[in-house]
Write a protein that binds this ligand. Structure first.
Ligand code: KG4
Ligand code: ZN
Length: 336
């Protein structure tokens, strides 16, 4: 069956058609209209501007996705839309568009949790993947570990108590003058520096917990940068990028290693925008190989926000009968 996915939780307007059966998962189209160029001017996402840009793009993007898929509207079995978590004004655009589209075409509308969608991106890159597994979701807004017992059953077993990893990359990237969002640029720059040059506090909280805190490492980096600026000393940006990345990657690997031992799960899924980080992919690959645990990661192009992942997770919600009526709403929080 064909599922139309709609994603508008942050600064990407996306629509996608995926073809899903019991045995096959295929992306027929996945159109992403990024607002990065608009928000770059402000060094971060401006919610009000994001909502307006979604309104301008959503209809065009949706019909482009349907046309690119080579199907007609009547071929679509259900519309899956990100309802939470995210920027409320941005989410509402996608939710209202999806509800109207579903109502006008007499098809069901399915609510999808954005984080569950990120994890579902892994099903689109790995045809063999199925629950149960440990999911590691690392994005601009989240750094969480989940026990995924079924396609729609997620139990959070660890997470950040303050900032997210992606946000920490973006903040430091901005301060050292890298283009917004800084994550991808820091990833590249880190190859030119020494990961041992600067000792940062670990974002992995000590003890038995699977939780993180990124505020300490962010503040430590800012102090180094500010103090160098005050003294008129030029910092080695590559060393900073390499050491900062290394500390974050090590912290994530440490907690993933602990979570594998605690849960006994033999498959790990790495997802979310920061899952595109090449250092993290390599380090987690090594960790999982050492523990003889399967590691599944979405293709790098599917790590960032996109509607194919929402359509994929929407399919699993749909086949479990989780469809919504016209009272469906959006929520900024993780829980509806
Ligand atoms: O999942 P996503 O597209 O949006 C949220 O749901 O938050 O994640 C965006 C985040 C940004 O912080 C961005 O800098 C980061 O993912 N990111 C990266 C890389 N590519 C994107 N972080 C580190 N290394 C990368 N290669
Ligand atoms: Zn996301």
């Amino acid at each position: 069956m064909y599922i139309l996915g709609i994603e508008s939780s942050c600064d990407e307007t996306s629509a996608s058609v995926v073809e899903m059966t019991d045995t096959e998962r295929s992306i027929r189209s996945n159109i992403v209209a990024s607002q990065i160029d608009i928000h770059r001017l402000y060094g971060g996402v401006v919610p009000e501007i994001a909502g307006r840009a979604h309104i301008e793009a959503i209809s065009r993007i949706t019909y482009e996705a349907i046309e690119t898929a080579g199907i007609s509207v009547s071929d679509i079995s259900a519309v899956a839309v990100t309802t939470h978590p995210g920027l409320i004004g941005a989410l509402l655009v996608g939710v209202n568009f999806a509800k109207s589209f579903a109502y006008a075409n007499g098809i069901p509308c399915v609510s999808v949790n954005h984080i569950h969608g990120h994890v579902a991106a892994a099903y689109l890159s790995d045809a063999e993947l199925k629950p149960p597994f440990l999911a590691v979701v690392v994005s601009g807004g989240h750094t969480s570990l989940y026990r995924v017992s079924d396609y729609t059953e997620f139990e959070e077993i660890g997470g950040t108590r303050d900032d997210a990893a992606g946000e920490s990359f973006d903040k430091i990237g901005r301060v050292i003058g890298l283009p917004y969002p800084g994550g991808a640029a820091l990833d590249k720059l880190a190859y030119e520096g020494d990961p041992q040059a600067i000792k940062f506090p670990s974002p992995a909280l000590s003890g038995d917990t699977l939780d993180f805190s990124f505020s300490g490492i962010k503040t430590a980096a800012l102090n180094i940068i500010n103090s160098a600026n005050q003294k008129g000393i030029e910092i080695n940006r590559a060393d900073l990028a390499a050491s900062y990345t290394s500390a974050i990657v090590k912290a994530i690997c440490k907690k993933v290693g602990m979570a594998i031992e605690k849960t006994g799960l033999r498959t790990v899924v790495l997802a979310g925008g920061v899952a595109a980080n090449t250092h993290l992919r390599a380090a987690l690959g090594e960790l999982c190989a050492g523990k003889r645990v399967k590691l599944s990661m979405p293709d790098r192009a599917l790590c960032g926000d996109n509607a194919a992942m929402i359509a994929c997770e929407g399919y699993f919600e749909f086949v479990r009968g989780n469809v919504s009526d016209t009272s469906l709403n959006a929520s900024a929080c993780d829980i509806m």
